[in-house]
Design a protein. Structure first.
Length: 158
């Protein structure tokens, strides 16, 4: 398991400077062929909302370094009783959000959850949604595994 973690860290070193992989690992070329390389969430954030709000949205990028499609079938957070994966589509000139049964990340691909597109809909907040700090989240995968991560509360980049 340690080897797999190091392989993923090497692949993602460019966007995850806090990984503790030794510098030599960046030259580990065979890592790309590892079928079990761990998927990685980067750039996650949750939209800051007024104290009375009971829902908000989460955004992230997810990279699939493996050789099999990565299928996201849901998400969850201990701070929300309901979390859904939503897409956004234009209907008669209006942006409508739509529940996604699944989102597939092809091998070697990165999928972005971003304002105006895919997002995690965080609903039924258990308590007041924090206006700062980090929100714990998890992506649930079709194979029964999960990817845990935290997302800082903030505003979209200008
Ligand atoms: Cu939504």
């Amino acid at each position: 398991m340690r080897l797999i973690v190091l392989a993923a860290a090497a692949l993602l070193a460019a966007c995850a400077p806090d990984q503790d992989a030794p510098p030599a690992a960046t030259s580990a070329a065979p890592a790309a062929s590892s079928a079990a390389a761990a998927p990685a969430v980067t750039g996650a954030w949750v939209r800051q909302v007024p104290p009375a709000a009971r829902m908000t949205a989460g955004y992230l990028q997810i990279t699939n370094p493996g050789s099999e499609p990565l299928v996201i079938v849901g998400a969850e957070s201990p701070l929300f009783n309901a979390v859904e994966v939503h897409g956004t589509e234009m209907v008669d000139g209006m942006a409508r959000m739509r529940l996604q049964d699944s989102v597939t990340v092809a091998p070697g691909d990165t999928v972005s959850f971003e304002p105006g597109g895919l997002h995690l809909m965080l609903m039924q907040a258990v308590e007041t949604i924090p206006s700062e700090g980090e929100i714990p989240l998890a992506l649930l995968l079709a194979d029964g595994s999960r990817i845990d991560f935290t997302a800082p509360v903030g505003q979209p980049a200008q």
